[in-house]
Design a protein around this ligand. Structure first.
Ligand code: ADP
Ligand code: MG
Length: 226
C-alpha cells in the first residue's frame, strides 16, 4: 500500500471573468499519511483556489487529482459528493456551525449524511471527538452560546467525525486571538502525532507554519518551495 494520501499532478486553473487570469500554474505535489502541512504565500497567490480544487469542490481545472489512491478528476458530481464527505474534513476561518443546533448535533451531521453508522454509534463517536478536542462538556449546549475558540474546536471535531483521510483548513486560526490560535494549532499537532491524521492547512500565521511538519510555499500561482 502506498503511503500517499493526496497527489496532484500539473494542476492548472484559470478564471475568465472579468478577464482571463491563470491562478494555478502547473501545481504538482503529494502528501503522505500523517503529514501536517502548512500552505503559505502572500494574499492573492492562489491558496484558497488550490484548496477548492484539492477538496473536490471546484472541478473546473486541468491536471489530475488523486485522493486515497482514487482518481478524483473526471468523477461525477455524485461520486465527488461521496468522496468529499467520506474522505475530507474541512475547517474554515469561520466555523459555519448551525446556531440552533446543539454542539453534539452539529458534529453528528456529516456522519448522519454519510450513513455509515447508526445514529447511536454516531452519537458516541461525536462525543469521543468532542472530548479529543477538549470540549466534551459543551456537547448539550446550543452552538451560539460558545466562544469563538470553542466554536472552532467544535468545527474541528465535526471535520473529524467521518475519520477523513485528510483534514483541510483555510485560515482556521485567522479569526482567533493568539491564545485560541495556539490551542487550535496544538490540537492539529496532537491529531497528527497521536492519530497520524493528515492535515493540509492554509495559514498566514508564521509561527503556525514553522511549527507544522512541512511548509508548501506558493507565489503567483506556483509552488516555490515544498
Ligand atoms: P489566496 O487565497 O492565496 O489569497 P485566492 O486563491 O483567493 O488567493 O485568489 C487567487 C487569485 O484569483 C486572486 O487574484 C483572486 O482575485 C482571483 N480569484 C479568486 N476567485 C476568483 C473568481 N471566482 N473569479 C475571478 N477571479 C478570482
Ligand atoms: Mg485565501
Amino acid at each position: 500500500m502506498s503511503n500517499v494520501i493526496l497527489e496532484c499532478r500539473n494542476l492548472i486553473k484559470s478564471f475568465y471573468d472579468p478577464l482571463e487570469l491563470t491562478v494555478l500554474k502547473d501545481i504538482s505535489f503529494s502528501v503522505n499519511k500523517g503529514e501536517f502541512i502548512s500552505i503559505v504565500g502572500r494574499s492573492g497567490c492562489g491558496k484558497s483556489t488550490l484548496l477548492y480544487v484539492l477538496s473536490t469542490m471546484d472541478t473546473d481545472y486541468s491536471g489530475e487529482l488523486l485522493i486515497d489512491n482514487e482518481m478524483v478528476t473526471h468523477q461525477s458530481e455524485q461520486q465527488l459528493a461521496r468522496i468529499r464527505n467520506a474522505k475530507i474534513g474541512f475547517v474554515f476561518q469561520f466555523h459555519y456551525l448551525i446556531n440552533e443546533f446543539s454542539v453534539l448535533q452539529n458534529v453528528m451531521l456529516p456522519a448522519l449524511k454519510l450513513g455509515r453508522f447508526t445514529t447511536k454509534e454516531i452519537e458516541s463517536r461525536a462525543m469521543e471527538k468532542l472530548k479529543r478536542v477538549g470540549v466534551g462538556h459543551l456537547a448539550g449546549k446550543n452552538a451560539n452560546l460558545l466562544s469563538g475558540g470553542e466554536k472552532q474546536r467544535v468545527a474541528i471535531a465535526r471535520a473529524m467525525i467521518n475519520d477523513p483521510a485528510i483534514i483541510m483548513g483555510d485560515e482556521p486560526t485567522g479569526n482567533l486571538d493568539s491564545r485560541n490560535a495556539q490551542m487550535v494549532f496544538d490540537i492539529f499537532k496532537e491529531l497528527a502525532e497521536s492519530y497520524r491524521q493528515t492535515l493540509l492547512i492554509v495559514t498566514h500565521n508564521q509561527a503556525f507554519a514553522e511549527n507544522s511538519g512541512r511548509i508548501i510555499e506558493m507565489d503567483d500561482g506556483k509552488i516555490v518551495a515544498k
